[in-house]
Structure formats: structure tokens, C-alpha cells
Design a protein around this ligand. Structure first.
Ligand SMILES: Nc1ncnc2c1ncn2[C@@H]1O[C@H](COP(=O)(O)OP(=O)(O)OP(=O)(O)O)[C@@H](O)[C@H]1O
Length: 245
């Protein structure tokens, strides 16, 4: 049995004295693109931050094998900061370079490789403030790839992007997942069902976890999203329960 790249074992996390995650168990393996799905406030970002080590579980353990790359929501990055695409990606290596050191040859090579990977090399000298939403998302992915992580965490990468940009990013994420474990939060449930290898339905605790084929019962979807049997959500997912027919 291969070792998981990430193992969450009965993890509970409190924020501001309130329980946000309860008893979450989740293993992620290299080669997987896993979607973390749940309503607003379900604890998806909290779970990503816990894997990153930014939040300490009240109980339970988090084990990570290798480097973790984090792609925050696009609005969390300072796009008005006067920096080029290359500079923004290089900032992803600060942890390795050290705050007051000069970047070396290996750092610049890693930046080039990450930009190549997301197909942004031709825009490397462009100020980040001049990029489109889709291009900005690619810069954030390259920045996370600059340390060649074994685990990549993506927080709502599709929000506010047009359909072609979403499709291109999805292709990229599928490619990236071939070599590492990728965990992505998204509100685009239909796209997740079609592209992800596994889905985790989260509402404070894990309601269901499995391949899209395994999650064909509408009950856990209804429970997670508070959806009624006649909800358009279930129709969009092709999961209309018997009683609604
Ligand atoms: N710093 C904090 N202090 C107290 N409570 C917090 C803090 N950050 C988040 N929360 C609460 O924790 C819960 C989970 O938040 P989280 O951001 O993880 O949800 P989410 O599933 O990512 O939601 P969304 O889909 O809206 O992004 C929410 O109820 C939120 O209000």
C-alpha cells in the first residue's frame, strides 16, 4: 500500500471558540484530483489551512509527506503591488531563499519551469496588475509550483472565470495531479463530478467521500447542501431522487 501524501486522522478544529471541523478523516494520494465540496461556511478553507499547518487541530493529527503548495483565492493576492509575473512566482520560493537573501540560479530555473508548466512564459515580464482573471489564476498556480510541491491545495480556483478559462485550468489541474496530490475547493459541483477522481462532501464533518460513480445517491448531497428533492442542483448532477420523479 502506498503512503498517502496527506493523512488527516479524526481532525477537529475550532475557530473563535466554535467548532468548525469535526472528526475529519481524509487521505490524499499522488495521482488524485480531489474536490472538497460543501456550502458556504462548511469549513473547506479551514481544512486547507489545517493541511498547510496554519491552524492547529484541537484533536486529531495531520501528516504530510513532502512540500505543500497553496493557491489562495484570487482576491487574497495583492494584484496592485508593482511586481512582474516572474517576481510574483519567485515570491513562492521565499521560504527556501530566506527573506533577505538574493535568489540564485536554482530559484530562477524553478520559476521558469513553473511558468512553463502553466504556459505563462510569454508574459513573464508583464506587471501582474495587467493580467486577466485566468492569467492571474495561472500565476498563483505557478507561484505554488515554484517549490515543486508533492501536494497542491487550490482554494476556489474557478470563481469569476469564464468557461474557456475554467476548461483550460481544469486541463492543467488534471495534468498536475498526475505527479502529485491535488485537493481543490469549488462551488462548481457539476464540473467537479466530471473531472475529479474523488469527491469529499463536507459540512463541518465529512458527509461522504468517494469517486463520482460511488456518490450517485442523492441523500448525502441533499444533506450536505440542505437541498430539497426537487432542487435544480440535483437535476444538474443527474441525481433526482425517486420521490421527486
Ligand atoms: N478566524 C476565524 N474566527 C472565527 N471563525 C472563523 C474564522 N475563520 C472562519 N471562521 C468560521 O468558520 C466557518 C468555516 O469557514 P471556512 O472559510 O472554512 O468555510 P468555507 O467552507 O471555506 O466557506 P466558503 O464556501 O464561504 O468559502 C465559518 O462559519 C466561518 O465564519
Amino acid at each position: 500500500m502506498t503512503t498517502p501524501a496527506v493523512r488527516l486522522d479524526r481532525v477537529s478544529v475550532d475557530l473563535g471558540g466554535r467548532p468548525v471541523l469535526r472528526d475529519v478523516a481524509l487521505d490524499l494520494y499522488r495521482g488524485e484530483l480531489v474536490a472538497l465540496l460543501g456550502p458556504n461556511g462548511a469549513g473547506k478553507t479551514t481544512l486547507l489551512r489545517t493541511v498547510l499547518g496554519l491552524l492547529r487541530p484541537r484533536t486529531g493529527t495531520v501528516a504530510v509527506d513532502g512540500e505543500v503548495g497553496y493557491v489562495p483565492q484570487r482576491h487574497e493576492f495583492a494584484w496592485d503591488y508593482p511586481v512582474s509575473v516572474e517576481g510574483a512566482v519567485l515570491s513562492g520560493r521565499v521560504r527556501r531563499i530566506g527573506w533577505f537573501r538574493q535568489a540564485g540560479v536554482a530559484d530562477h530555473q524553478a520559476v521558469r519551469a513553473a511558468l512553463d508548466r502553466v504556459r505563462m512564459t510569454h508574459l513573464r515580464t508583464r506587471p501582474v496588475g495587467e493580467l486577466s482573471g485566468g492569467q492571474r489564476q495561472r500565476v498563483l498556480v505557478a507561484r505554488a509550483l515554484a517549490l515543486d510541491p508533492q501536494v497542491l491545495l487550490l482554494d476556489e480556483p474557478f470563481t469569476g472565470l469564464d468557461v474557456p478559462s475554467q476548461d483550460h485550468l481544469t486541463e492543467l489541474f488534471v495534468e498536475l495531479a498526475a505527479e502529485r496530490a491535488v485537493l481543490m475547493t469549488t462551488h462548481d459541483l457539476v464540473a467537479a463530478v466530471h473531472t475529479c477522481t474523488r469527491l469529499c462532501l463536507l459540512d463541518g464533518s465529512v458527509v461522504a467521500l468517494g469517486t463520482p460513480d460511488e456518490l450517485h445517491d442523492p441523500a448525502p448531497w441533499m444533506r450536505t447542501f440542505g437541498a430539497s428533492p426537487t432542487s435544480p442542483l440535483l437535476r444538474a448532477l443527474g441525481l433526482v431522487p425517486q420521490e421527486a420523479l
